[in-house]
Design a protein around this ligand. Sequence first.
Ligand SMILES: [Fe+2]
Ligand SMILES: [Fe+2]
Length: 270
Amino acid sequence: MEPVNQPFQSPAQRVTGNWTALQSTFPVPGLGVLPVNAFLLKGSEPLLVDTGLSALSDAFVDTLAGEVSLTDLRWIWLSHTDPDHIGNLDRILDLAPNAQVVTNFLGAGKMGLLGAGSPERFRLLEPGEVFEAGGRRLHQVRPPYYDAPETMGFFDENDRVLFAADAFGALLPEPVTSIEQIAATDLREGLVAWSTVDAPWLAQMEQSSLAGILRELERLDPRHVLSGHLPVAHGIQPLTDILRTAYGRGPSSAVNPGHAAEVEAVLNAR
Ligand SMILES: [Fe+2]
Ligand SMILES: [Fe+2]
């Protein structure tokens, strides 16, 4: 396959009757590609999860508008305030006048510092609050690892969908449209590489602590796992199995520390 030099947006992909993935792919020179995903929950109160890359603003907005009328969009759930998750926030707020941003106290504060979003359109969630929209109940979930303390994942109890924000992302050798296209060794290496970049502290985590966190997620028994940086996964066990064996055994050096700086620089270039 030709090397990818430019980010690109893929067609919207159905996950369940209500959930749709809005996938893009971002080249990381020397390391492969990183999926960058947003998601859409359709229904009586449509909810967008994250807002894509600003580098793909037109393509992202077109893809979103092909799935939902932007005037009907009611909620924008922000996982955290990194540029690859709030890239098109202000543009979508302009185009979707009835949408409110679902975030927490820290997320709102960080957006204030960044000059992103409008505080009068924030819907702040309390810790542990269950968010209800259009007959859906989204339970807040703290992902097993993350790179920003405001990070909010969730579990949709209706469709048994887990959104894990940055967690379970993977650096991949080439673009794919589904997780089945990723060879087992590429998934393992890519997941460990990304998690090392995103959360270098995992390498210091005690095995029992990590195992406990992963067990809690497995207990939810999600049918689908949505990550900001992996094609949609069906079931969580293959992902948690990789993490359980890669970490929690004392300090490790899964990837060159220079990679972290490289990926951060690429993602933060606006
Ligand atoms: Fe992040
Ligand atoms: Fe991210």
